[in-house]
Design a protein around this ligand. Structure first.
Ligand code: ZN
Length: 234
């Protein structure tokens, strides 16, 4: 299965062939639907076909990392393997998710401490940081975050082999998350000079595309954990 969204997160529609249909959902030979993972919700959208469009209400991962299952609305008429469909994601929603996802990378660059969790939903996002003893200044985080957005940094996903990563230990030092090696290659998200970390999600091309954001609550979640919530300002 090819995952076209990994190389181009701006694809809104794609022709594909149905490979498997079972009680979990529909598999295609190629897809632009992002499956729930890494704190980012799965895409919703539609599979267009002559026999009647199928509404996709969720996208999830299958047994292997590259297996994507499109979950049809309950009661949908299902396609047959071999059938051609045109897959269309709900682009307006996905773009908001991409903007917020990219913004969370910037938040990693602004707040010191390891990330212990995170979640993105439509229009909102949050990260948990392990910051022993530190007090976080909401206004300062807000100012720094929006400055990184306004600076319009380029956002570049790229693949690196396990060998290349091993030969460049300086890369690991700049990352807040240890990359998952052992699969031959690792996908990195690089915001030059700002943030570098392994990530399989979908992002915007430049930080300016995120738009103005507002830091909401900063909550204590356990002794050392601080949860920072963000939303779009306009
Ligand atoms: Zn990411």
């Amino acid at each position: 299965m090819t995952l076209a969204f990994r190389d181009d997160s701006y694809l809104r529609s794609l022709d594909a062939t149905v490979t498997v249909v079972d009680e979990r959902g529909i598999r295609l030979d190629n897809t632009i639907f992002y499956p729930t993972g890494g704190g980012q919700p799965g895409d919703v959208g539609v599979l267009r076909r002559p026999g009647g469009d199928i509404t996709i209400v969720d996208t999830i991962k299958g047994a292997t990392p590259d297996e994507v299952i499109h979950v049809p609305a309950p009661g949908s008429a299902l396609p047959a393997p071999g059938e051609r469909v045109t897959a269309e994601i709900d682009w307006a929603r996905r773009h908001r998710l991409m903007r917020m996802h990219t913004c969370l990378h910037l938040l990693c660059a602004v707040v010191p401490g390891a990330v212990t969790g995170g979640q993105i939903s439509d229009g909102k996002g949050r990260l948990d940081f392990d910051v022993p003893g530190a007090t976080l200044d909401k206004d300062e985080i807000n100012t720094k975050l929006n400055a990184l957005i306004t600076a319009d940094h380029e956002v570049v996903p790229r693949w690196i082999t396990d060998e290349e990563l091993a030969s460049r230990p300086e890369l690991v030092r700049t990352m807040s998350v240890k990359p998952p090696t052992g699969h031959g290659k690792v996908r990195l998200l690089d915001i030059a000079g700002v943030d570098l970390q392994p990530c399989g999600g979908t992002h915007v091309r430049r930080t300016g595309e995120i738009g103005k954001v507002a830091v909401g609550k900063i909550e204590n979640k356990g002794k050392q954990n601080r949860r920072i919530s963000l939303s779009f300002a306009d």
